[in-house]
Ligand binder design. Sequence first.
Ligand SMILES: NCc1[nH]cc(CCC(=O)O)c1CC(=O)O
Length: 310
Amino acid sequence: MTKRRLRIGSRGSRLALAQTELVCVRLRELYPEIAFEVEVIKTLGDVARTASLSAIGGKGVFTKEIEEALLAARIDLAVHSLKDLPTTLPRGLKLGAILEREDPRDALIARAKADGSATAHLRALRSGAVIGTSSLRRLVQVKRMRADLEVREIRGNVDTRLRKLDDESYDAIILAAAGLNRLQLAHRITALFSTDEMLPAVGQGALAVEIRAADLDLERLLAPLDHGPTRCATAAERAFLRALGGGCRLPIAAHARCEGERLLIEGMIASADGAHVVRSSLEGRRDQAEAIGERLAEKIKEASATDLSF
Ligand SMILES: NCc1[nH]cc(CCC(=O)O)c1CC(=O)O
């Protein structure tokens, strides 16, 4: 009898492949009778390296081609960084599993100085130091801590950005700790921002496995990979983002966590220049995750109607 085959779609970046490999290893261990094959799929976000992602359409640039392959049954499952996945999935697709979240925090990676040591923390950087990030969310939060720093756009995948930090005129860059950890690059981290200092992107640090909604058999196979507390926390965060209008270009951040049967969420929205920031939090029952996220969005919308000029 020939072995049953399941095809896993992944972007080709080193991080995407490492993340897909993580899922593959667990699936092969659980189901040695199934052949899991990785198919690399190029997305617009991978092709348009030099263009600003907001200029080429923002949401879904890392996922659209992969979702098309899923719908056309050229692949059976896809591994994504949850934070790259738009809050509303195409009809016919669903999240088969959300894996236990890695570190959700943002990390500061400072350039090594001539003596080999790295600047200890953002607070220790000289006035006028250049921080590389292309995330408005990170920009506005850096500016609130250190208005005297210069924030400059930086593009490319994690390895490219680290190389640019070493070669070009950035003093430090900011990346998600999760990606660095998964690439065995934790030693490059100079300091971690607390979530109070820098609220993460919705879904940051979590991996999602996307499947066809009708693929009930595959959903059952993926059940052991699903992590309940992460699913609840990220459901609240994604409901928050969706309610604020996922497509809007304003910096939005949220972080939720489960403590027993309770769920706590913090959310933030800022004006594009970072001059106005509304941040708030909410707590409730874990089984009400989406409703809590939506209520936080309402709370923040009310506060920002008077506070922000949207
Ligand atoms: N498209 C960027 C992206 N998407 C997911 C991660 C990191 C891994 C994660 O947040 O799970 C990154 C890189 C970064 O922000 O540093």
